[in-house]
Design a protein around this ligand. Structure first.
Ligand code: FAD
Length: 262
């Protein structure tokens, strides 16, 4: 089974800085980690490879430093890593990100299954996988918490909904996103770390895609624009309520009513 693993490098949330002029994330100025949800996607890809054989091709679109995330995936068991990186890709919203990823995946060749994380901890939209599936022309199943079997080209899996589980079957090629309940990600082995250290990442820039529609990448290819960003204002204040129990209860009730809580 040929698998595509989509992973994203994200900033550690408390260190995020925004460019005050462009309203975009200053990704090169923040320590970065592999999106925690993508660890589960990587682990599931490796487990499928162990069960059914095949290869795992890890993809990320990001700044050059994002190749570290690909190395992490290779240390866990991915065979190859592909970095899509170019200044022209910068400022992409979810639509432009998915378009660029689809171009990279199609350039690499045929695949059976694309595995993504449930969502990224910075953008938090969970939009990239379904848009990517649409660009690739394959069905998309989100929030998969168990892969039951893959027989011939039929994948059987369990999906976690808001209030129930459901069993789904999908013909491959397809795209799935996985939840954190699906597995416990492994730590890389020494052999895996050595493989990753000695295995180069393939980097593709916009110039490597002569057929790419340049109007659909980066900031100009984004259907949305960030107009304003701000940190939500939070205020905590404490007031002691004194008096008899009846007075305290009455004052508390009045305060809660003033705040429209009761
Ligand atoms: P999700 O959709 O939540 O990610 C789900 C899964 O998709 C991940 O677990 C992973 O498996 C896969 N995935 C997501 N992104 C990637 C990737 N890059 N490579 C490989 N796999 C991936 N960012 C900027 O830097 N500059 C901007 O100007 C900018 N503008 C934006 C405007 C809007 C309105 C929005 C909503 C976002 C914008 N972003 C911008 C953020 C950018 O769109 C996201 O970083 C990116 O599209 C991924 O979206 P997400 O973080 O919500 O991922």
């Amino acid at each position: 089974m040929n698998m595509i693993l989509c992973i994203k490098q994200v900033p550690e949330s408390y260190t995020v800085r925004l460019d005050p002029v462009t309203n975009t994330l200053q990704r090169d100025k923040a320590p970065a980690i592999l999106n925690p949800f993508d660890l589960f996607a990587a682990e599931e890809a490796v487990r499928l490879k162990e069960r059914y054989g095949g290869s795992i091709y890890a993809f990320t679109m990001g700044i050059p430093a994002a190749s570290k995330a690909l190395k992490e995936a290779m240390a866990m068991g991915a065979d190859d890593g592909f970095l899509l990186s170019d200044r022209q890709f910068a400022g992409a919203d979810t639509l432009a990100t998915a378009y660029t990823l689809a171009q990279g995946i199609q350039k690499r060749g045929c695949f059976d299954l694309v595995i993504c994380g449930r969502m990224a901890t910075d953008g938090d939209t969970a939009q990239v996988p379904p848009i990517l599936a649409a660009f690739l022309g394959v069905p998309c199943l989100t929030d998969i918490c168990q892969i039951i079997s893959v027989e011939d080209d039929l994948l059987r899996c369990r999906r976690m909904g808001d209030d129930r589980y459901s069993i789904w079957e999908v013909r491959l090629p397809a795209l799935i996103t996985v939840t954190k309940e699906i597995n416990v990600p492994r730590l890389p082995s020494i052999a895996g770390l050595r493989y990753a250290a000695g295995h180069p990442v393939t980097t593709w820039s916009a110039a490597d895609f002569p057929g790419m529609d340049k109007e659909r990448i980066g900031l100009q290819g984004s259907a949305t624009q960030v107009k304003h960003t701000f940190v939500p204002h939070q205020e905590i204040s404490t007031r002691m309520i004194c008096g008899s129990p009846e007075q305290q209860a009455a004052e508390l009730a009045g305060e809660l009513a003033r705040l429209h809580i009761i």
